[in-house]
Design a protein. Structure first.
Length: 433
């Protein structure tokens, strides 16, 4: 390259990575230290000279640092190499090869993480590997999102008893990568967003496993990340989880307050599924505090939001929200209001409307419908539905609803009926195995 001729290749690489001259200088210095054991002394002035062409070919240690930052060979950086410089570079192992090896090793480690989904179901949960050095780009964030979607697919089918461990582990890996790599401001915002999403997911998985302190810790961490990402939709998602948790813990007023905060924060920008979910949370809170009229209004608004969904594709975490979910919320609300017959009818409708892919939800609904029937003194129907839940028990890990099924077993054990005795015996054998 002739002196004074701009290096547009390097400029394009910097733009793609969202790196300023100062950012690149910092990254090159860090790469030099990793490579040679001594920190570099590049400044933004060096980078501007490389870009303008005033420095047609950087010194060897700078050039190697640039190669490591972009994980490219020297002839892919827009510089014209001399024969001497080519010979010097030939003696150095390309850092990009080392990175590929580390990625493979990291991927191997990640693929050793497993979860057991009931008897006989061994599932491997592997995440996309992250860079060990250099930069984190938008494509890396996209792969993280795909991995999060896979987590929710496992939860939908099998339950998430051990998924909180995996989600938290991935947060740690992302934070470690952020500490050793470089990234631009937009990628930084996206990284905080996926960290918040993982904490939200881990919180929900912990909640569903009955570990409420752990769930609360993850929700708090997720909210902090959502603030750093400036993502109100993520905040509303976490509040939806927290509202459900509050209802589970018997905090009716808090259930309503949190759901309202989520609705207010996303007033003009909500996904219709999220609207349906949040109004369903409001209904639960109102019902728990005995406010039947407000509960009915909230359920009507949830159904209205549901009608507006159309054929829009849902985010993985929100895909479960449909007619079956809204009817299930109505059933739980009416159980709170002391109307088990109405609750049973609504949960029956919810069961018929549930997508077969959501096996974990089918288990939960089966248990709840059994509870509704029993509260309505329909013992035979209650035991029959509990039997259906027991069919799913070996392949679905959902401790929260498994506890409900155990409580149902204790209640029917007191009935002097052959059908009740048969269920108790089957329950004991199934859970013991």
């Amino acid at each position: 390259m002739a002196a004074g001729r701009p290096n547009n290749v390097l400029r394009a690489l910097m733009q793609r990575a969202e790196l300023s001259a100062s950012d690149l200088a910092q990254a090159v210095n860090a790469a030099i230290e990793r490579r040679f054991g001594q920190p570099g002394n590049a400044t933004d002035r060096h980078v501007r000279r490389w870009l303008s062409g005033k420095t047609a070919l950087p010194q060897l240690h700078y050039l190697v640092g640039i190669m490591d930052v972009f994980q490219l060979q020297s002839d892919q950086l827009g510089f014209t190499l001399t024969g001497t410089r080519s010979q010097q570079l030939a003696q150095l192992q390309p850092r990009s090869t080392l990175l590929e090896t580390n990625h493979a090793e990291e991927d191997h480690v990640l693929r050793r993480q497993f979860m057991i989904a009931g008897a006989g179901n061994l599932l491997s949960v592997a995440f996309a590997p992250l860079p060990t050095s250099g930069r984190i780009g938008a494509s890396d964030v996209d792969r993280i999102r795909e991995s999060i979607d896979r987590l929710h697919a496992v939860d939908d089918a099998y339950g998430g008893e051990q998924l909180a461990d995996i989600a938290e582990s991935f947060v740690q890996q992302i934070e470690a990568a952020m500490g050793r790599c470089l990234y631009g401001p937009r990628v930084e915002q996206a990284l905080y967003q996926v960290i918040g999403q993982l904490h939200a997911s881990a919180g929900w998985f912990a909640f569903d496993s009955g570990d409420q302190p752990r769930a609360s810790r993850n929700f708090d961490s997720g909210l902090r990340a959502s603030l750093l990402a400036n993502d109100r939709q993520l905040q509303a998602r976490i509040w939806a989880y927290m509202s459900r948790q509050s209802w589970e813990l018997g905090r009716a007023t808090e259930t309503v307050t949190i759901a309202r905060a989520a609705l207010d924060a996303t007033r003009n920008s909500r996904d219709h599924r999220l609207s349906a979910l949040l109004h369903g949370r409001l209904a639960l809170g109102y019902a728990a505090s005995g406010q039947g009229a407000q509960c009915g209004t909230a359920l009507a608004r949830a159904e209205t939001a549901l009608d507006r969904i159309g054929d829009a594709t849902a985010e993985a975490w929100l895909a479960f929200v449909g007619p079956g979910e809204v009817m299930g919320s109505a059933a739980m609300a009416h159980m709170n209001l002391g109307q088990p017959d109405r609750a049973a009818y609504q949960e029956e409708q919810g069961m018929t409307l549930l997508d077969p892919a959501f096996r974990r939800n089918r288990f939960a609904k089966s248990v709840h419908l059994a509870e509704c029937y029993l509260a309505a003194n329909q013992v035979e129907q209650a035991v029959g539905m509990a039997d259906q839940a027991l069919d799913l028990y070996p392949s679905v890990n959902c401790p929260r609803w498994a506890v409900h099924l155990g409580q149902f077993r204790e209640k029917v054990a007191g009935f002097d009926l052959p059908i009740a005795a048969g269920f108790v015996e089957r329950y004991d054998v199934t859970t013991a195995s």
